[in-house]
Write a new protein. Structure first.
Length: 231
């Protein structure tokens, strides 16, 4: 019979072998993708956005991905779950969710979106602080004396908000934590009444907190002498 012809049996065997190889290759085809793409998108609202943009990191490792204030960038990633973090924000910018989870499917693109909000950057003016009096000086141990501090700005300006803290190096817990300001024509003043008991030469320090318009500052320390009571 033709079916038993040797050439027919050889041809059938060769075809079967080729089919087997083809089926085997279907299961381990190296051309099938094993990675996907993560597209990281950023949108920024508000005034004074970050001039340098941002950086995103994948799973806390690898080279950071640079991002503009508004736009996107992509990175290849293995299939599976990943964590994308947004960093490099200016101090006036915030993001609701700086770390997000994303699942990557081989051959597909997954998108992660970040919404950044930036507030206006306020340029504060410099302040100048000085201790102008500590009366009486010297003071007797346990006696109350008054420290007067002047706070001014540039070109005749002066702060009206904020507070002044006054302390001594020998008795740091004595003094004032938040003496209020009293505005005058060209400067503001703060006074602090305090009583020191340690006999000797104290170094008085005055620090202005600053306010919405003026930077804080610290006065040059001054010495104040405390003497023992008369016998």
């Amino acid at each position: 019979m033709i079916l038993d012809h040797p050439s027919f049996r050889l041809t059938c065997g060769l075809l079967a072998a080729l089919a087997s190889v083809s089926r085997c290759g279907d299961g381990t085809d190296s051309s099938e993708p094993v990675t996907g793409v993560i597209q990281v998108a950023v949108s920024t609202s508000g005034t004074d956005p970050d001039p340098d943009g941002y950086v995103a990191t994948l799973d806390g490792t690898g080279a950071p991905l640079s991002l503009p204030d508004n736009g996107s960038a992509s990175v290849n990633a293995p299939a599976g779950d990943h964590t994308v973090e947004l960093n490099g924000l200016s101090s006036n910018c915030t993001v609701d969710a700086a770390s997000q989870q994303v699942t990557v499917t081989a051959g597909d693109t997954a998108t992660v979106s970040f919404a950044v909000s930036c507030t206006a950057i306020v340029m504060k003016a410099a302040s100048f602080v000085g201790i102008i009096a500590a009366v009486p000086d010297p003071s007797t141990s346990g006696e109350t004396f008054r420290v007067t501090v002047v706070i001014a700005g540039e070109r005749g300006t002066r702060p009206t908000g904020g507070t002044v803290a006054v302390s001594s190096n020998l008795e740091p817990d004595v003094g004032c934590d938040a003496a209020p300001l009293t505005p005058d024509v060209n400067e503001s003043f703060a006074t602090c009444e305090m009583s020191l008991t340690t006999v000797g030469t104290h170094t008085l320090k005055a620090t202005y907190s600053g306010d919405a318009e003026f930077e804080g500052n610290t006065a040059t320390p001054v010495e104040h002498v405390v003497i023992a009571p008369a016998p």
